[in-house]
Design a protein around this ligand. Structure first.
Ligand code: AMP
Length: 306
């Protein structure tokens, strides 16, 4: 596997790839787990050349978020990428991606070019993380322009990210690129794998597995409803499954949303299942406090598409 640390080096390498080859790209922030593995494995199956990037992108972190503590496990990551027969790893520094000096976390001090998909970026995750998708879109389009892939792979784990990036690709007429959405990989307990799970003790991870169980309750209600159902009835059922953890302060809910798959508009009323084939996303963000280390609070997200 070739490892490139500068934009110039990888652009030179990319220029020499035969134009008949199909190039697959998987952007990541590292601390690779089975979720990343599934994206890269599929990219390996579907492409002649596979490029993976590892870059913890400052512009998608707010000043109060976990940029400095974000887990970095480069030796293990490289071993996984070698095993998966990745052709090239792009591992740039902050100054490479935001020349010449890197980027401050305070958005009011940021200068240069940013890409913002208006509207859907301020829903769901965007309410709590107002500049998050602007950071994601900006880094991803920079990476697309450097790597120039035919196919790029993203996980359903970050479903809003995928929908926004697809809108960006469509709106900017990036016609040579196709985005692929891959299913969420979960642990045995049902907990969606995430690099941020590393912050939590085993006990807390066990409790956090109730996040996905809550979403399953909502899914079942939506799939089996015989009468008109309201979103708040569904949310109440999910919360009642989580009651113990909410009451003892382990779960603090940021949102439980049922939103239209395309527009991300909240859907408030559901007709009986037989009468609708509307595609919705049930999604949630929960602040999980680790009972073994109460100063550790991790915001976890999960979703189910129905
Ligand atoms: P990250 O390193 O967190 O930026 O994630 C890189 C890519 O891996 C994104 O497209 C994520 O959606 C995807 N990903 C992260 N966790 C999972 C998971 N549990 N299952 C599937 N894809 C995932």
């Amino acid at each position: 596997m070739k490892v490139f640390n500068t934009v110039q080096e990888i652009i030179q390498w990319r220029a020499q790839v035969d134009s008949s080859k199909i190039i697959g790209f998987v952007p990541t922030m590292g601390c690779l787990h089975e979720g990343h593995r599934s994206l890269i494995k599929t990219a390996r199956e579907e492409n002649d050349v596979v490029v993976v990037s590892i870059f913890v992108n400052p512009s998608q972190f707010a000043p109060n978020e976990d940029l400095d503590n974000y887990p970095r496990t480069l030796i293990n990551d490289k071993a996984m990428l070698e095993e998966l027969k990745v052709d090239a790893l792009f591992l740039p520094t902050e100054k490479e991606m935001y020349p010449p000096n890197g980027i401050p976390l305070d958005p009011s001090k940021q200068i240069g070019t940013f890409v913002n998909v208006q509207g859907i970026s301020s829903r769901l995750e965007g309410k709590t993380r107002p500049n998050f998708f602007r950071g994601v879109c900006t880094i991803v389009i920079k990476l697309f322009n450097i790597v120039r892939p035919n196919l790029a792979y993203f996980g359903q784990k970050d479903i809003q990210q995928f929908i926004i990036l697809q809108k960006m690709v469509d709106d900017l007429f990036m016609t040579t690129l196709k985005l692929r959405l891959m299913p969420i990989i979960r642990g045995d307990s049902g907990l969606a794998l995430s690099s941020r799970n590393n912050y939590l003790s085993q006990t807390s991870k066990d409790h956090a597995s109730f996040i996905s169980k809550g979403l399953q309750v909502a899914e079942k209600l939506l799939k089996e409803n015989k009468t008109v159902l309201k979103a708040d009835q569904i949310q109440t059922e999910v919360k009642s499954l989580w009651k113990k953890y909410i009451d003892d302060g382990e779960f603090k809910i940021d949102y439980i949303s049922i939103a239209d798959f395309k527009t991300l508009d909240e859907v408030d009323v559901f007709e009986p299942t037989a009468e609708t084939n509307r595609k919705v996303i049930i999604s949630t963000a929960v602040y999980v406090k680790d009972p073994e280390n109460p100063s550790t609070i991790v915001r976890l997200i999960d979703n189910i598409i129905v």
